[in-house]
Design a protein around this ligand. Structure first.
Ligand SMILES: [Zn+2]
Ligand SMILES: [Zn+2]
Length: 373
């Protein structure tokens, strides 16, 4: 009931904005239009955490400029297209695809086909599955080049600018290869880290850039594999936004992450409970389109707890089967096990994989000698 009510409220606010303002730039409800030329240098920036179910897609607009970070699953491409068109967007200054998992790049072919795009940024991680090939094909069709942005580089978006924080390395885990960035408008700072997990967070900390932020888009959908302690301390956000699907099978967000937020007084906003969330920055303060979540309810993995390669179905597998854990990986010893093995790794070295035996071996893992997977 709560979610329905909030979504209705969201919709009414969006409708009022469209009727009232008529432009995508001046969409602040609380301010009278007509006084855009204020002393403050920063214009209005909006960050739309679009509800794409389990996955990520964030639209950022500022002074008539727009960028999109990630595009949800393939089934969400058209919904994102419609959302952008409702915001009167026909061109993206930047399309950023943090890493090639399907819940981040799935909808990209639709977006690439339907919109004019200036720059496409992708991670340095390549995959050889259908989802990835469709992305490459769509880019080719539009003669668009993809580049991996350099850490430390700054790009502008209207009065806002963003600084690239990652990837700092090449990684075996596609999540760790995520592009991360710090978006700033006036004094307001937003941090995006895709699905980067602890190793990548560590590398971001080591590169010494300032990652403190007001709003932290919780890494890896609020999973416990991200938002490590030191990283969280360095970010020290006042608000966190979690983008995840209602009743998702991975158990996002994890109770440990929610506890960290709760204990530190971080306000939490969740797309699984509240639908699309819009944060508006005027350079001084940030306002949210929905009230903060007060459920502190952790996700429940449906017996899988898959945290890696969560959405890489091999050809011919059914939708329902794609989350099934096939093997348990030990990231420290580089051994892999049957889920039933009695020598499974400790939590911190454990990754549940849904990939085939051959692709796990290709990644450098050796079969456990006890369970002979
Ligand atoms: Zn993801
Ligand atoms: Zn991922």
């Amino acid at each position: 009931m709560k979610k329905v009510y909030r979504q209705l409220l969201n919709f009414l606010m969006a409708a009022a904005v469209l009727i009232g303002a008529g432009t995508i730039v001046n969409t602040k409800m609380s301010q009278a239009s007509g006084d855009e030329k204020q002393d403050a240098k920063a214009g209005t920036m909006e960050v739309h955490f679009i509800d794409v179910g389990q996955g990520d897609s964030t639209l950022i607009t500022c002074e008539g400029h727009a960028m999109l970070i990630d595009t949800g699953e393939a089934t969400k491409g058209t919904a994102i297209q419609n959302y952008l068109q409702k915001q009167k967007i026909d061109k993206l200054d930047y399309l950023i695809l943090t890493h090639p998992d399907s819940d981040h790049i799935g909808g990209a072919p639709v977006i690439i086909t339907k919109f004019q795009i200036d720059k496409v940024f992708t991670s340095n991680y390549e995959k050889d599955n259908k989802t990835y090939m469709k992305l490459i094909q769509a880019l080719d069709n539009k003669r668009l080049k993809q580049t991996t942005p350099k850490v430390g580089t700054k790009y502008s978006l209207g009065t806002a600018e963003f600084t690239i924080l990652a990837p700092n390395n090449t990684y075996r885990n596609p999540n760790d290869a995520s592009i991360a960035l710090l978006l700033q408008n006036g004094k307001n700072r937003f941090l995006f880290t895709g699905d980067a997990e602890e190793d990548a967070e560590q590398d971001i900390l080591e590169n010494g850039l300032d990652i403190s932020a007001d709003v932290y888009k919780a890494g890896h959908h609020g999973s416990r594999t991200a938002t490590s302690e030191k990283f969280f301390e360095a970010v020290s956000p006042s608000s966190a936004v979690i983008s995840c699907g209602e009743d998702n099978s991975y158990g996002h967000p994890h109770a440990q992450t929610l506890n960290t937020f709760r204990m530190n007084g971080v306000k939490v906003y969740r797309t699984d409970e509240e639908g699309t969330i819009i944060a508006t920055s005027d350079g001084e303060k940030i306002t949210f389109s929905v009230p903060e979540s007060d459920t502190w309810q952790a996700g429940e993995p449906n017996g899988t707890g898959a945290v890696w390669n969560h959405t890489k179905p091999s050809a011919g597998k059914s939708e329902a089967a794609k989350d099934e854990v096939t093997y348990i990986l030990n990231t420290k010893s580089n051994k892999f096990h049957k889920p039933s093995c009695n020598a499974l790794p400790e939590d911190e070295n454990r990754e549940d994989s849904s990939e085939s035996r051959s692709s796990i071996i290709e990644q450098g893992y050796e079969p456990c000698k006890r369970c002979n997977p």
